[in-house]
Design a protein around this ligand. Structure first.
Ligand code: AMP
Ligand code: MN
Ligand code: MN
Length: 323
């Protein structure tokens, strides 16, 4: 907090969230950025590594004007604040902004956080990074307004799966109550971020779900269900990559499997792998062993080869961690 009070008011502040940003990454970052503005900080930029594409559900978030593409981000910021990033590898090329800064503060909630920041505000009990962000804003004396609240609400709703996951604690609902009290409309927000997608995305979902496979004997008999989605699938249906992320939700409903796996094509032989567990298996252990990270019930990593290769590797790691 002292670092923020000392360097933010007069300096250049760069906010960074993880590659392929989700609702928590963007929401906690933009909500905090709007809060800094309310504190009177005039030089604030927000960014994320890689292609400058904000997933459609998040393009209407307040504070979007804070966002700049990676190449335009201050090369030598005075203060860097990082959101929802468990390891430096998730910062891509932006990792080089940390060293020149007078302070690098990390706000996160991953138990696997490596502590790469100078100041690490990591709360593994927090349901979302936006919980940590709201606490810090409160300690800085920044009152919530509807813009800040909408960003933090989107983050909270995303990471709790619409307030359905295990970490939906009293603390989560108390925070949601504070956010909603600013006048934001949860129904409109949920429809926009969870329940709206193009017709082509629905057709794509149908194909990807039709190719899902189930092995109830995998993961020590807890069962595993998996499917994959390729760039060609996206092109055939005229869809952007972000639509792939929502596919894990129908896959993880399968009753016969504790573990759900979605393999999403990034490049020729490169795949973003989403892992989910209903509780019998710690998928973050598998993800960390594969060079990724995440939480016990939701984790991910980058895999290589064919989708079949990736699935075999996950099965082997699951067996290893069950013993
Ligand atoms: P996802 O399946 O992309 O929704 O990610 C689920 C969780 O795993 C999130 O908490 C991510 O932060 C984490 N995660 C996903 N992919 C990676 C990765 N390549 N490296 C580290 N953590 C990841
Ligand atoms: Mn995230
Ligand atoms: Mn998060």
């Amino acid at each position: 907090m002292a670092a923020i009070r000392e360097h933010a008011p007069a300096g250049r502040v760069l906010l960074i969230c993880h590659v392929n940003p989700d609702g928590d990454a963007l929401g906690s970052m933009l909500g905090f950025g709007l809060g800094l503005r309310r504190m009177g900080v005039s030089q604030v930029q927000a960014t994320f590594p890689g292609e400058f594409e904000v997933p459609e559900p998040f393009v209407a978030l307040p504070g979007m004007d804070l966002l700049v593409p990676e190449p335009q981000a201050y090369p030598d910021p005075d203060l860097v604040i990082v959101f929802d990033v468990a390891a430096e590898s998730r910062l891509g090329g932006l990792v080089d902004r940390l060293a020149p800064a007078k302070a690098a503060v990390v706000l996160d909630h991953h138990a696997s956080n490596t502590g790469f920041g100078g100041i690490n505000l990591v709360d593994a009990e927090a349901a979302a990074t936006s919980v940590v962000a709201e606490e810090l804003l409160s300690r800085l004396g920044v009152p919530l307004d509807a813009g800040i609240a909408e960003c933090l609400y989107v983050a909270l709703a995303t990471d709790t799966g619409s307030f359905k996951f295990d970490m939906t604690t009293p603390r989560v609902h108390e925070m949601a109550a504070r956010l909603i009290a600013t006048g934001i409309r949860p129904g409109d927000i949920s429809r926009r971020i969870f329940d709206t997608r193009p017709f082509g995305a629905m057709k794509l979902f149908a194909e990807v779900l039709a190719r899902a496979a189930l092995d109830p004997t995998a993961a020590g008999g807890h069962g595993m269900v998996w499917t994959h989605v390729t760039q060609a699938d996206l092109e055939r249906h005229g869809q952007r990559p972000y639509v792939m992320d929502a596919l894990i939700d129908p896959v993880r409903t399968v009753a016969e499997a504790d573990v759900a796996v979605l393999v999403k094509q990034l490049g020729e032989a490169e795949w973003a792998v989403s892992l989910r567990s209903k509780g019998a298996v710690d998928v973050s252990a598998v993800a960390v062993a594969m060079g990724g990270g995440g939480h016990r019930l939701a984790a991910g990593f980058t895999g290589y080869g064919t989708p079949g290769d990736v699935v075999v590797a996950v099965r082997e790691k699951l067996d290893q961690f069950l013993i």
